[in-house]
Write a protein that binds this ligand. Structure first.
Ligand code: GDP
Ligand code: GDP
Length: 437
């Protein structure tokens, strides 16, 4: 059900990140089941009334220097209007309507995407009275909330989720052809990779604004296999003004990711792994997408005997604990290993949809459990009796046992590592659940 994206915009200090944290809070318990994947400051997945959506805190992308401030913030509003499905405009009752609020409101009134305005820090009845001033901005609907206490956020979420309708929520049948998203920061070589693979400059639809399709899907055939490449690189070319904005590349990456089975994450070999790359990596893992990492522009790196090996080790250290990921060293300009990368991505796809027969799973895993038993917790000997793979999109395993809550993270890691070493899940996030039998 992912794919619907809500962007929180607003001046600094109105409480965007506080609200953001609150919105993604209810989701945390589910998210934490993916072992060791950390949450990100700027974007996350929220869930309300059984509907799931991406939330982006645009404030996390604004550089904190005074002169660029207003310009940057206005740009982000424009991008949010183009890129997100819904804009959440946050204001602050304690300051009243500021000039910047008013100028953002001017832009937002022209939005053809839904805009929901919320007045934050309405912590008490007096402030609820003060907040009425914001009706003067002429933006409708208007919500009052206190992100710190959470009051008012339920009503806000009810309103947000009204816009997530079934026609936006296209579930993929599992037999469809593999979809591989090409993601990465500006200038890592995404367009070059696509052109090298497809072998020609593609024609890109000229008018982007107002179209629902934000990504380009290219049907491709290689090694007698059919697959779809999903990219956003071409679209970016048409709107050069946005290239400098991290927020822009991130929101695009999230869209491509949502539509894909496997993400091909390109890094710039010379720059190494940036914080934003790592955030995108963990987001893909959290969303249960397959991952292949391409260290591109490898031709520019001076190599000694162990350069690639050391580089890979360094990356895995940063990816930890999700280190079972294919890493390839590519040069798009020299066409080195780019077809290999596609082959590997298709292997990851196959691993991600593989279903292990229950008998085989139990044979292997019960043996592994027998040879290293779960530690006794509070005098309870934990007995895992049965394992089964659930019929989900990403590999998910249910372990049936007598004291499910007493199975701790180190033992879960052991079981995950066993699954990974006995079966092939390279590049595939897997989930483990423990249930009472
Ligand atoms: P951002 O810059 O828009 O992301 O704002 P932050 O989320 O960092 O919040 C700025 C300040 O406002 C912090 O000190 C928050 O604790 C505070 N704040 C956020 N929401 C509320 C609220 O609902 N009530 C009150 N009283 N303070 C809040
Ligand atoms: P995008 O923004 O991710 O789509 O990146 P582009 O495909 O536009 O590439 C940005 C620049 O990097 C271009 O000048 C490319 O020619 C260059 N480039 C891409 N891949 C490689 C590579 O493997 N090696 C070298 N040396 N340059 C590359």
């Amino acid at each position: 059900m992912a794919g619907f994206t809500v962007a929180i915009v607003g001046r600094p200090n109105v409480g965007k990140s506080t609200l953001f944290n609150r919105l993604i809070e209810q989701r945390k318990a589910i998210v934490d089941d993916v072992s060791g994947v950390t949450r990100d400051r700027q974007y996350g997945v929220a869930e309300w009334n059984g509907k799931t959506f991406n939330v982006i805190d645009t404030g996390g992308f604004v550089p904190h220097s005074d002169d660029v401030f207003e310009k940057e913030i206005r740009k982000q509003v424009v991008i949010a209007m183009q890129e997100a499905n819904l804009i959440l405009f946050l204001t602050d009752v304690t300051t009243g309507i500021t000039d910047l609020d008013a100028s953002m409101a001017d832009i937002l009134r022209r939005s053809d995407k839904p805009v929901i305005t919320a007045v934050n820090k309405v912590d008490n009845p007096q402030r609820a009275l003060d907040a009425n001033e914001f009706y003067g901005m002429g933006l409708d609907p208007l919500f009052f909330l206190s992100s710190i206490s959470g009051s008012g956020t339920g009503e806000l979420l009810d309103e947000v989720t009204k816009y997530i309708t079934d026609d936006l929520v296209v579930e993929r049948p599992e037999t469809e052809i593999p979809k591989i998203a090409i993601i990465g920061q500006p200038n890592v070589g995404k367009s070059s990779l696509l052109n090298a693979l497809v072998g020609e400059e593609r024609n890109i639809v000229s008018d982007i604004a107002g179209t629902t399709r934000d990504t380009i899907h290219t049907h491709y055939k290689l090694f007698q296999k059919d697959f779809m490449l999903i990219d956003t690189a071409g679209i970016r070319r048409k709107t050069k003004v946005h290239e400098d904005l991290e927020f822009y590349s991130v929101i695009r990456a999230i869209k491509a990711m949502d539509e894909a089975d496997v993400c091909m994450l390109l890094l710039d070999a010379e720059k190494g792994l940036t914080g934003q790359d790592l955030s995108i990596f963990s987001l893909a893992a959290r969303k249960g997408k397959g991952i292949v990492v391409l260290v591109n522009k490898w031709d520019l790196v001076e190599k000694e005997t162990n350069t690639a090996r050391d580089y890979e080790a360094m990356l895995k250290e940063r990816f930890a604990p999700f280190t079972d990921v294919p890493i390839l060293f590519t040069s798009v300009t020299e066409k080195q290993r780019i077809f290999k990368a596609i082959e590997i991505a298709l292997d990851v796809y196959a691993a991600r949809i593989s279903k292990i027969p229950t008998s085989k799973l139990n044979d292997v895993m019960l043996k592994a459990i027998e040879s290293y038993k779960p530690p006794v917790v509070r005098g309870n000997a934990i007995k895992i009796k049965y394992v089964t793979q659930l019929p989900t999109h990403t590999p998910t395993f249910a372990f049936f046992c007598n004291f499910p809550d007493d199975v701790k993270q180190p033992y879960k890691n052991y079981l995950e590592n066993q699954l990974r070493s006995k079966f092939n899940f390279s590049g595939v996030p897997i989930r483990l659940f423990f249930r009472k039998k």
